[in-house]
Design a protein around this ligand. Sequence first.
Ligand code: NDP
Length: 488
Amino acid sequence: MAKKKNTHAAQDWNYSASPESTSHIQLKEKYELFIGGKFVKPSSGKYYKTINPANEQVLAEVAYGNEKDIDSAVKAARKAYNEVWSKMPGKERAKYIYRIARLMQEQSRELAVIESLNSGKTIRESRDIDIPLACNHFFYYAGWADKLEYAYPNRKIEPLGVAGQIIPWNFPVLMAAWKIAPALAAGNTVVLKPAETTPLTALKLAEIIQQSGLPDGVVNIVTGFGDTGAAIVNHNDVNKIAFTGSTNVGKIIQKAIAGTSKKCTLELGGKSANIILEDAPIDQAVEGIINGIFFNQGHVCCAGSRLYVQESVADKVVAKLKHRMSTLIVGDPMDKNTDIGAINSKEQLATIEKYIKIGINEGAEMHQVDCSVPKNGFYCKPTIFTNVAQSSKIAQEEIFGPVLTIQTFRTVDEVIQKANNSPYGLAAGVWTDKGSRIFNLTSKLDAGVIWANTYNKFDPTSPFGGFKESGFGREGGLHGLGGYLKLS
Ligand code: NDP
């Protein structure tokens, strides 16, 4: 009898390329500053090039705003605050915020593509997470604008005035939404600076804001570098600073505004513990580990970058994790199959690579996925370290890339001590079958947000923020609104 051929072995299971179309995107050659409801040239006349980190190609030139431009933006915001926005009834403010949300939804495909082109994040994430969440923040806070007296009964409620907002490059449009939506709902006007590497969706948002008919000067968007951000922080007619970014810059900001009446919220770095107990559903936990560290290339302040696995299941978890990592697709962010896109910048890639070397020199054992990455652009293969000491740099410092440290523990008390042994306190994850263990752990972990049997779940109604060197103040939910109000 003739032997049947094993056809399965010969099959190629690779995905075919599935690139998102960019034909509907019309990027301008040059972007100006958005001040007083108009696009205006920077007073220095200087522009800088913004690139696509996936292939290093220049996307556009963007205005470099300086102190003088920040002064014009603050003046426009103050005028809009005094003459229009602070006097407008909440129900009218709500209509504008709602309109911005609807326009963002209508142009969500454009926003998602521009976000992926400029940041290196996968189109799947920008399309399914960043943009819908950003729209939801505007919808959610539109709902609060006319209900402030119900949110804070029997209190005198006043807006703060002009809010200066500085955002990072890891979630460009989402961070803009987190900051602008509650500020407007509370009756403040805004001067916002996007990160130097990812200005394009904030400028697209400026176009949407213009289309919405929002009164001139209520939102001003000034692109530039660190000194542009510093000019906002140091301007004496700004009433509130809202910053998301590195702990170092957070410290500079705190020093700069010490002794002034400026209010401040800081959302800084993290080194969050993701804890797997022996009774956890292991397959789901492995998905949670993958999502915790590899979502957005690990450029996530609350990334589950320190994994703690109970000793009795450690070998099983690490084996399953390595297997799951081998299925991750690393490469072109615009391909709908891609799981891990490009690192945001050459500088950030150098930082990540520096930490990988430190980990190896510290004696930890590295495992990296054996995959090919595109020649041009900035890419880092998903990386995990085992045999990591609690004191090692890679377990203590924020790497902000797809790099995970793995440690083991025997008892719950031990893991609480280890998890809390960090200068940061932003987030944590707990995986277990028992509700009582969840309550025990979550009440003892020093973290602003703790997820149980899930990770990286965000919702506009839910406050987010940290303790210790992860900053202070909350964004999202009612707490996020309170940060933009004077309550007496
Ligand atoms: P930064 O903290 O430098 O940047 C965040 C924002 O602050 C950007 O808009 C930046 O402008 C601006 N900025 C820089 N210097 C000043 C200043 N003196 N005053 C006011 N604003 C300023 O983060 P980096 O981009 O340099 O990233 C460095 C590290 O920070 C990362 O490796 C990561 O560990 C961490 N990080 C953490 C984030 C988080 O969400 N927790 C987000 C981003 C980074 P510009 O972009 O023009 O420099």
